[in-house]
Design a protein around this ligand. Structure first.
Ligand SMILES: [Ca+2]
Length: 535
């Protein structure tokens, strides 16, 4: 807290200096600069927004300047009423849920942004061109209470790619240790490796039993690992290989119907098999309690036999990257492959809200409206042109990402230099204004070649749905307890001492029947309205 006060004091001093400078520079004439204070959630490692070139450029172009003040995410999560913070005009990175936005909105504490469209030509154009986005942003009373983040790359629906250690398979071939019935040759060990699930399992058993990395210890190998329930690199597509369109929420759209995967007999079969893989040491127990950073740290030295992640470069130190190849979605005994789709949204709703106490709502909204322009969106999302996130000159009208940050990794550079938040980056942007980062393009190419062709037929991501007040309250009652109940049953079933029984699974379904039905009914009604409004 002390840090913030010092920060605020420093900012105030700085503003006074700048204002004086402007006044003197203008020969003592009237200072027309607007001044707003915006609270944002920012970690200490991220640079000060107030000195970021993109915000200096915005101030210069609009004549409107913003003081950014900060909460770390830990401070912010302890802030029970951020909208009540004294002296601020807006909150950036709010993270507000649908219910919270509506609650603040209907009580008149945040601004209904749809009433200020005259000040927002860019946002207004987006809402007209994209009825799906307009629909997603509406609260139950039809008002839009927040500015969104839109980043469409076609990546988020498919967050899992399976990689396997081909060096280790080569060793199995050399030592005559390939499992019985597995007839792999070295020239087959390229991206797109084609395996039955039983073959994959038999190979993992060898990874478990043998000293694959030749260090004299048979127990330091990690046959298969992932980050259970994480937004990327989770186990959903291993479960999906049993013929059920799984994702981490166990909830998807199948042929136009909202569906829970946990009700499918095949899901229960998959969980029973997962239990066997865990109990016999094929899946590392760390998979169920590590976070992303632990998963990434443990993989660097090439001891993973196989893992799920979007790309291999972040998981492995440079010298091990060529040791791994992409496995196609695992085939079942009939030779079929299945992949589910996630419900991760490319349109995120609650990025920024304007407080009703803001004295110049038009002015502040006209400032934020610039964020939706391609050059500003790109710099907010990746870092400023002047800080080296892009090459100084455009090519064919496009901003070209700069991948070379010296010793600093691309992830680290972006984390420190990009404020993220309110952006609008869509196919139109990638076609005309900004070249996609090479690693994003690589992910997309890999997904197009090795994942998307095998997506479960008739399956779709659940879009941002727009609920009535009654529905929001009902979901609030049912959804939290239901997802907790599913999660605890799942954990017990997969890593518990005994295999899950059919009775315990059916008991899970019957105990939660009311909640399952309520969540399905409400989401189906909202989805039907969404289809009607957008098609
Ligand atoms: Ca070893």
């Amino acid at each position: 807290m002390k840090k913030i006060i010092i920060g605020v004091t420093a900012t105030v001093l700085w503003v006074v200096c700048v204002t004086l400078f402007v006044v003197f520079a203008m020969g003592g004439g009237t200072n027309t600069e607007h001044q707003f204070t915006v609270l944002t959630v920012k970690e200490d490692a991220v640079k000060d927004y107030n000195s970021m070139p993109v915000f200096r450029e915005l101030a210069q172009e609009t004549g409107i300047d913003v003081n950014w003040i900060y909460n770390t995410s830990a401070q912010y999560s302890n802030n029970t009423d951020p909208v009540g913070t004294k002296g601020i005009d807006a909150i950036y990175h709010t993270g507000f849920s649908n219910l919270k936005l509506y609650d603040y909105g209907r009580r008149g504490r945040i601004v209904a942004i749809d009433e200020y469209m005259d000040s927002m030509p860019n946002f207004s154009r987006i809402l007209t061109a994209r009825p799906d986005i307009a629909e997603a942003l509406k609260s139950p009373d039809g008002h839009i209470y927040s500015l969104p983040r839109v980043e469409e790359m076609g990546l988020k629906a498919y967050p899992n790619i399976l990689y396997i250690n081909k060096k280790w398979i080569e060793k199995l071939i050399d030592d005559g240790n390939l499992p019985a019935g597995v007839n792999l040759t070295k020239d087959q060990l390229t991206d797109g490796l084609d395996l039955y699930r039983w073959e994959f399992k038999a190979i993992l058993q060898k990874f478990r039993d043998l000293d694959m990395d030749n260090n004299g210890n048979k127990d330091n190998e990690v046959p298969l690992t992932f980050v259970s329930g994480n937004w990327q690199g989770n186990e959903s597509d291993l479960i999906a290989s049993f013929g059920v369109p799984e994702n981490r929420e166990h909830k998807t759209i199948l042929n136009g119907k909202i569906t829970f995967t946990i009700e499918d007999e095949k899901w229960f079969k998959a969980i029973t098999e997962m239990h066997d893989w865990c109990a016999s040491g094929l899946i590392s127990s760390a998979s169920f309690d590590q976070d992303e950073s632990q998963f990434l740290a443990h993989g660097q030295d090439g001891r993973y036999g196989a893992f799920y992640w979007w790309e291999k470069d972040t998981v492995l130190a440079k010298e091990y990257r060529d040791d791994y190849v992409i496995v196609l979605p695992l085939k079942d005994d009939d030779g079929n492959r299945y992949v589910g789709v996630s419900n991760e949204q490319e349109v995120e709703k609650g990025e920024c809200v304007i407080l009703s106490s803001c004295e110049d709502k038009e002015g502040l909204l006209s400032y934020f409206d610039k964020f939706f322009e391609p050059d500003y969106s790109a710099q907010l999302n990746y870092g400023s042109i002047k800080s080296g996130a892009f090459l100084p000159n455009k090519e064919n009208g496009k901003l070209i990402p700069n991948d070379d940050h010296g010793a600093q990794s691309a992830d680290d550079f972006r984390m420190r230099n990009a404020p993220y938040g309110v952006v609008y980056l869509t196919q139109e942007t990638w076609d005309n204004s900004v070249q996609m980062e090479s690693r994003a393009q690589l992910r997309l190419d890999n997904l197009n070649s090795y994942v998307k062709p095998y997506v479960f037929e008739g399956v779709a991501t659940i879009p941002n749905l727009n609920y009535t007040q009654q529905e929001l309250l009902e979901l609030n009652t049912h959804e939290f307890s239901l997802s907790n109940n599913i999660a605890s049953w799942y954990t017990q079933a997969v890593i518990g001492n005994t295999a899950p029984t059919r009775e315990s699974w059916q008991n899970l379904l019957s105990v939660n029947r009311d909640s399952i039905n309520a969540v399905l009914r409400i989401n189906q009604a909202a989805y039907d309205r969404y289809i009607e409004a957008t098609v």
